[in-house]
Design a protein around this ligand. Sequence first.
Ligand code: UDP
Ligand code: MG
Length: 309
Amino acid sequence: MVIPCYNEEPVLEQTASVLSEKLRYLSTRRQISAKSFILLIDDGSKDRTWKIASNLHTADPEMFHAVKFSHNRGHQNAVYAGLMESLRRGCDAAISMDADLQDDPSAIDGMVESYRAGNEIVYGVRNNRDTDTAFKRLTAESFYKLMTWMGADTIPDHADFRLMSNTAIRALSQYSEANLFLRGIVPSLGFKSDKVFYKRGIRAAGESKYPLSKMISFALEGITSFSVKPLHMITTTGFLSVIVGFIMLIYTIVSICTGHAIAGWGSMMFSIWILGGLILVSLGIVGEYIGRIYIETKHRPRYIIEEEI
Ligand code: UDP
Ligand code: MG
C-alpha cells in the first residue's frame, strides 16, 4: 500500500493501525502475500509525520516502510514515487490511498478480489459525496464534465484510490512528463480495469491540504496536460472577432453613405474592451501552455528522496 502523507500527524497512527490490520486479515485469508507492506511517502511534512513513520517502522519493520522527500512535491508526485518504489521492491501490485481514511479501507478487499480475477487496474470510485461540502461537489462535478468535454479519456471520479498491477505501474513509469495528472494518465494506459464502489467518509483527523487555490491549479494541470482544446478555442474566437469586425466596418460604411452621423464613442469603447479582454485571456491561455513546456524541457527530477527506511 502506498500512502502519501503531508502533515498527517493527527491521523497517521490511526491510519497505520487500520491498514496494517487490513493487510494482516487479507494475508491470513490468503488473498495477498504475507510479505505485503505499507509504504508511507512523507511529502516533506513540517510536523512529526516522519517521526511517526520511523516509530512505526521500528515497531514493525516488515509492515512499515517509509520514504521521505526533501521538500513538499505534492500529492501526485508522492503517489508516483510510492508506485515506483513498489516496482523497485518487486511488488506484484500496489494500492494507493490517502492518509486520512476518507477512502474506505473495506473497499480494499474488493480491489484485491478484482485484481486476482485478472484486472490490471481497479479504481475505487466514490458513490457519494455526502460528506463533501456543496462547493466541493459542484467544483468536482464541473471539473470531470469539463475534462470529458476537453476530450480526455473518461476519468472515473476517483481520488487516486486505486490498485495497479506491476504491469500497469511499469507502463506508467514510461510517462516522463513533469506535470503528473495520474487520474488522467492511468485510464489512458488502456489496461483491463474494473471499479469498486465505496462511500467516501470524512477525514478521520487533521485538515484538508487542498485549499481552493490548490484545487484550481490541479484542475488547470489536468486540462493543460491532456488537451489542446483551449488553444483551438483561441483560434475560433479570433476568427469570430474578425467577422464581427467586418460587420461593424460594413455598418459604418453604410451609415456614412446614408448620411447618418457616427455615434462612434460607444462602439469604440465596446470594441476596445471586449477585444482587449479577449486578447489578454488568449495570451494567458497560451502562456499556461508555454509555462508548462518550459517546465517540461528542464527535465528536473520529480522529487528528491532524502531518507528511506
Ligand atoms: N498530500 C500530499 N502532499 C500534498 C498535499 C496532500 O502528499 O502536498 C496527501 C495528503 O497527506 C493526503 C492526500 O494527499 O494523504 C489527500 O490530501 P487531502 O486529504 O488533504 O485532500 P482532500 O481529501 O481534502 O481533497
Ligand atoms: Mg482527504
